[in-house]
Write a protein that binds this ligand. Structure first.
Ligand SMILES: Cc1ncc(COP(=O)(O)O)c(C=O)c1O
Length: 380
């Protein structure tokens, strides 16, 4: 029996910002994923034929996802048993199911700060007691595992982390990941591992999935970020079959199942993951270099930490007093989408997404340069 209730959810600031500007701007240097693929590109790359599409019958699908899709995911991530895999409607559904199924009012939950809002705000609205694991600007947002250890207590029910991290692009080492799993296991806490950007790393291999090592680890992934398919709305969740059955219970009251059409495309994307990832990772790598050069040219006006993973950089605009106003101006006048740091409770920063095409990135940062210069002149 699922008994908890969402008391009051705070507005999701990032999603609200996107609602306001995603469709009214032309140059997107705000989103956190790589450049999206079209259906034509996808059909060609994945070899999906019209005959294959015609064979789809729009029956109901399986509650936790089509078995072939779940098998493809289990194979790709070395999960073994497809019974430990649930296909979700984006990883945002996985977040929702996890928080609502496993948390109760008063539970102690350790969350990252800053963080993608859904990863802490749902626990907050459920009446949980949050402890914030701070990533400090002055320490280049480096995650301090010892500081995390001090926050974890015998009362901790859940630890929620996201690596590579949105919005800073920082990550942890394999050894630090092992420590984290050990800390969660010591107190029997659920370890929530949001791996939305897991396969988008630059100088290091992706970290292994923690659900392979710890029974109470629950990890999320998605086609929205590294695969260039945010509109397909497919993510996944790896957890013990017992936990997944609790999620299925909740899903019976929400979306029931995914569409067979979407599941087929997702399955083929996962089966051809290397090809899709390679194309966009090459672009992201080149864009990251362009961005590094641009930041250097800005001298004192912009500081940053070069991201180790993902396609977001969290820039501090040192000479801008009202960053949100600058972002609105950039969107309204220059039709360029950038995300103000207020969406991550860091008002002096912006989240810049560099997953887009290279010409778009260049156009976007050039527009941003114009505004930064104007602000700097006004300030001096
Ligand atoms: C860290 C993180 N997790 C989960 C999500 C949800 O994405 P989706 O539902 O598209 O998989 C996002 C989206 O921005 C994110 O940044």
């Amino acid at each position: 029996m699922v008994t908890n209730t969402l008391i009051e959810t705070a507005p999701a600031l990032l999603e609200r910002w996107m609602r306001e500007y995603y469709f009214t701007t032309d140059i997107d240097i705000g989103s956190s994923g790589v450049e999206s693929f079209s259906m034509a590109e996808l059909r060609k790359l994945l070899g999906i034929t019209p005959a294959e599409l015609d064979r789809i019958v729009f029956n109901d699908s399986h509650t936790i996802g089509n078995p072939e899709l779940r098998e493809a995911l289990a194979r790709r991530f070395g999960i073994g048993d497809p019974g430990r895999v649930m296909a979700t409607q984006g990883s945002s559904e996985a977040i929702f199911l996890t928080m609502t199924a496993l948390l109760r009012p008063g539970d102690e939950v350790v969350v990252m700060d800053p963080s993608y809002q859904q990863l802490f705000a749902m626990a907050e609205s459920l009446g949980c007691r949050l402890k914030h694991w701070l990533l400090r600007d002055e320490l280049a947002f480096a995650p301090d595992i010892e500081e995390l250890e001090e926050l974890i207590s015998s009362q901790t029910r859940m630890i929620v982390v996201n690596f590579p991290h949105n919005p800073t692009g920082v990550t942890i080492s394999r050894e630090e990941q092992a420590c984290l799993i050990e800390m969660a296991a010591r107190v029997g806490a659920y370890l929530i591992w949001d791996g939305a950007f897991a396969e988008l790393t630059y100088d290091e291999l992706p970290l292994p999935d923690p659900s392979l090592y710890y029974e109470r680890a629950i990890s999320f992934g998605t086609l929205s970020k590294a695969y260039g398919l945010p509109g397909l709305r497919v993510g996944w969740c790896f957890a013990s079959p017992d936990i997944l059955s609790r999620f299925a219970h909740l899903r019976d009251y929400t979306i029931l199942h995914l569409s067979p059409l979407v599941e087929l495309i997702a399955q083929r994307a996962i089966e051809n993951a290397e090809m899709l990832l390679d194309i966009r990772l090459q672009q992201a790598r080149a864009n990251r270099r362009i961005l590094a050069d641009w930041v250097q040219e800005q001298e004192e006006a912009v500081s940053w930490v070069s991201p180790r993973g993902g396609v977001c950089a969290f820039l501090r605009l040192n000479e801008v007093t009202d960053v949100e106003a600058l972002c609105r101006h950039l969107a309204d006048v220059y039709k360029t989408l950038l995300v103000p740091g207020i969406c991550f409770s860091r008002p002096r920063h912006v989240r810049l997404g560099f997953g887009c095409s290279t010409p778009r990135l260049e156009a976007g940062i050039s527009n941003l340069s114009v505004l930064l210069k104007a602000r700097s002149r006004a300030a001096h």
